[in-house]
Write a protein that binds this ligand. Structure first.
Ligand SMILES: *Cc1c(COP(=O)(O)O)cnc(C)c1O
Length: 360
């Protein structure tokens, strides 16, 4: 195998080469302390500086103020927030609005039903989640509205978000976080598992309005209460130190490479290259979702038969193009094009797709 393959994994996923080199150093001797970042106290000033810098960079990249927003890094992945959100914010007798656009939204809905009423404000389940709804039946006075910005498994993304009026909007942005410009100030809370676009697995970033967190229920188990982590600034207990360190390096890389707007431009370009290859293949490669719902992070497609799909994935792998198998629940093929994936990787994939099509 070459030093680096073309990595289309859906998550954990490709990270910038520079970040890996830097964290390899920090994994052995951090800040010249004669200790690894994994060997120092989470309450040391060296780690506090890492956390502080990472939180500041996050808010700067998103265009948010630390007077209004807190950045928390919690264990348990994005899935933890499927239950923590309703546990903290859905009171008995209240209704929460959920937009159901795929597997992850469905899991979030299942958890919310444990705590209160759920109104599915829109759903594309009846057409196998191959598009994203653009009209929503919201509940007046709902506890909150929950959406999923990008559907990793089905390959769709939201461009029209619900206008929630005064109701808090909570969004699972795991698979397209910091990949495109959104008005982040419209959200009361955003959460994202780090392993798709901003780091390794082991932590989820939660960016939330401080005033929203203060409205959370009291009397919850300490570790499952957002208030605990707001008060403790993610240091109530030992946080995921190493993942936070790597997220910090990814955010520094992102800033050095032009921030969200530059990422979005490159991401558009990568997605256009690949979708053009699908659309100009005379039906050999078929995109699985409606064009106006296409994700620029996860591109899902089918070949004429399952046998050809298997052959495609395994021959691609031999050419150093890895991670192209679709999610086990839907089959087919999927290429994930996260921020750290170079344009050259998409060009290599498109070239391989041309060769494979001619040969088959
Ligand atoms: C991957 C993913 C999750 C689950 O993340 P974990 O960190 O594994 O819990 C949730 N939501 C979306 C949109 C995802 O892509």
């Amino acid at each position: 195998m070459p030093d680096r393959v073309h990595n289309f994994n859906p998550g954990p996923a490709v990270l910038p080469r520079e970040v890996l080199d830097e964290c390899a150093k920090g994994a052995v001797n951090f800040n010249n302390l004669g200790m690894s970042i994994m060997e120092i106290s989470h309450r040391s000033k060296d780690f506090e500086a890492v956390l502080d810098r990472t939180q500041k960079d996050m808010l700067e990249i998103m265009g948010l103020s630390s007077d209004d927003y807190i950045v928390m890094f919690l264990g348990g992945g994005a899935s933890m927030h499927f239950c923590m959100v309703p546990m903290n914010f859905l009171r008995e007798g209240q209704t929460a609005d959920y937009v159901n656009t795929g597997e992850w939204s469905s899991r979030a809905i299942k958890e919310a039903r444990l705590f209160g009423n759920v109104n599915v404000a829109a759903s594309s389940e009846d057409s196998k989640f191959n598009y994203v709804p653009t009209t929503f039946k919201l509940t007046p006075g709902a506890a909150y509205v929950h959406t999923t910005s990008n559907n990793t498994i089905y390959g769709t993304r939201m461009t029209t978000f619900p206008e929630t009026g005064g109701v808090a909007h909570i969004c699972d942005m795991s698979s397209d976080f910091l990949s495109r410009r959104l008005d982040f100030s419209k959200f009361s809370m955003i959460y994202a598992g780090a392993q798709k676009n901003i780091g390794p697995s082991g932590t989820a970033a939660v960016i939330a309005r401080r005033s929203w967190i203060e409205k959370a229920k009291d009397g919850l188990p300490t570790m499952l209460s957002y208030k605990t982590h707001l008060k403790g600034n993610s240091l109530y207990n030992t946080p995921p130190v190493f993942p936070i360190y790597v997220v910090g390096l990814v955010l520094a890389w992102l800033k050095n490479n032009g921030g969200i707007d530059a990422m979005e431009k490159t991401n558009q370009k990568k997605a256009a290259l690949l979708y053009d290859a699908l659309d100009s293949s005379d039906g050999f490669y078929r995109g699985t979702v409606k064009p106006d719902s296409r994700s620029i992070m996860n591109v899902t497609f089918r070949l004429p038969s399952e046998e050809l799909e298997e052959k495609f994935v395994s021959e691609a792998k031999k050419q150093g193009l890895v991670g192209l198998k679709g999610h086990r629940s839907v089959g087919g093929c999927r290429a994930s094009l996260y921020n750290a994936l170079p344009v050259a990787s998409v060009e290599a994939l498109v070239a391989f797709m041309g060769t494979f099509r001619k040969a088959n």
